[in-house]
Structures are given as structure tokens and as C-alpha cells.
Design a protein around this ligand. Sequence first.
Ligand code: KG4
Length: 338
Amino acid sequence: MILAIESSCDESALALFDPARGIVRELVSTQAAEHEKYGGVVPELASRMHLSALPWLLEEFKGDLPAVTRLAVTRGPGLLPCLSMGVTLARALALATGRPLVGVNHLRAHVHSVFLPLHAQEPSGFLVARAALLPHLGIVISGGNTLLVRLGEDLSIRVVARTVDDAAGEAFDKGAKLLGLPYPGGALIERHAAQGDVAKFVFPRGIPEKADLRLSFSGLKTALRYQLEKMDDAQVRAALPDLCAGYQHAIIEQLVAKVGAALDRGTYRSVGLSGGVANNRTLRTRLTNAAAQRGLPMFLAEPKHCGDNAAMIAFAAWSEPDRPSDVAPAPSLTVDQA
Ligand code: KG4
């Protein structure tokens, strides 16, 4: 059984994974309410909160420790003071229990997280079932990253497309801030958008050329700012659902277009969607349809595993057993690195 620790940003999390049963136990302590006061994650505050949360989360796993055969920890990417808290706890646990410890790339873990439900369905047949789904197009969309990657038959990961500026989650959050909504605003934009008309406000959709897979979201945010400058507060309040609907639509249309272009260009046997923005129901439906139109199965990370969590860290440690076990915190690790 693998016990994993995640502390790369503002969630402290522990999870226990049994290859024969799946996720046995998992806990996440989120700091979102604390950081909301500052409009974003404050690294020093986040690391102090990990320092107090991780030990009491570990208390809940104390009874499992004798059955743990391997330890895993997120080594990056993430905020250095936050990563250090998880790595320090993991190293102490490895020392105390004598169990081996592996460092896990947080982004690779998001890519693999979409297969957790498949593993849960039939743990013993998982490796054979997954082999039939590779190569796989992984779509990771979070507050800090927007990436399309190719997960090859040998589990190698290659970047197919990425954003040249803001991440899609950042576009949601910055748009929400301009609209006067609290941080993180993605889920609130989705909620307001559900009551709005996508055609009332039309926002730019990044780089239009189909042959160019690069994503771009910074122009969208600027376009929203210019639109809001033309309106007074009462008009913005009245048009909030339409503004959110148009803004969300522009983000989703761009993602659907680039994912479609990537699928038409490469050879894939399945598609996966993960990361915090993968919580968005319209995005889940639209990308599932884009995959279905091409006859490909879609694997969606479960909502509880879209944001940061330790279940995906334990699962990735098991999914990629041959990767190097370096645990030194690596704040700017990229998805194609070990
Ligand atoms: O994976 P995550 O925790 O990001 C990083 O730590 O990088 O995801 C957080 C991001 C935020 O940008 C948040 O606004 C966005 O995911 N998000 C959503 C939704 N729920 C969370 N964006 C759009 N629609 C949602 N329902």
C-alpha cells in the first residue's frame, strides 16, 4: 500500500492507495477560505497552514502505517515553502518506518488521475485495460497550468500544446476579480453563466489558426476589462449572468477547438480531462462530445480529484513504478520531467 502526501499549493492532503482495492482512505484540508481574504494564495501563510494541518491529517492514518510498503510525496511543481512541508514530513516518515520514498511530479499525477475510476472498477484488470487506451491525450486545466499532453504506450509524456500566457483557471479567476466576484472565481462564473446568454457578449478566443495548437487567454481578460469600462456598476450587476456566460463560453470554445485540432492531428485511443477547471460541467460535456465525435472514450477526473489531492499522487507513484525516486522539492518541474 502506498501512503502519499500532497502540499504543493493551498491543499494539505494524505491518501492511502491499495493496488488491489483502490483508494482506501483520503483526506484533504483546504486553505481556500484563508487565502480568499488576500485575493490569491500567500506562500508563507500556506506553508504555515501545511505545518499545522499535515500532522493532524497523519493522525487519521496512524493505524494504517504498519501496512504501508511505500511512501510518495509531491516534489513539484508548486510553491517551494509548501512543497518543503510535505517533503519534510515524508522524509521523516520514511526514516521512522524504513519504507522507500518516491517523489512524484504533480502534473503527471493529474494526467494519471483520470484513470482512478477505471482502476476502481476492476483493480486486477487495470493495467491491461489501460494499455488498450494508450496513446492517450491528457488535458490538464488548472489555476496554474493549461496543457495538452500525449501519454504514450511506454507512459512517456510529451507536451502537445500549452498556453503562451495565462492558464485557463487564471483566466476564470482574473475575470471573476474584474467582475467583483471572490477568489477563486471559476465556480462562481460557472454558476452565474448558467443563467446567462452566451451571445450577448462576445469575447476573443485566443489564436484562431487551427494549425496552431497554442492556447492564449490574456487577451480575453483584457477584452473583459474594456467591456466593463463601458458599463456602470448597476449595468454590470444586471448583466452579470450574460457577462459570465460570454466569458466562460470564450474559454470553453477555445479549449474545444484546440483539443479537436490536437485529436485530428495525432493518433489517440482515449482522452482525459483533469485539474481544477475540469470541475466545470459545461467543459466536461463539451470535451466529452468532442472525443465522442471522433469515436474516442473520455476519462474525466472525478470532481473530488480535479483539485489538488493526494489520491492522484499515490496512484501516479503506483502507475509509474520505474521513475526515478528523487524527492528534492522542484518548484518549476515541467510535465515531461521525472
Ligand atoms: O487544480 P487547481 O487547484 O489549480 C491550481 O492549484 O493550480 O484548480 C483551481 C482552479 C481555479 O482557477 C478555479 O477557479 C478553477 O480551478 N475552478 C473552476 C471551477 N472550479 C474550480 N473553473 C471553472 N469552473 C469551475 N466549476
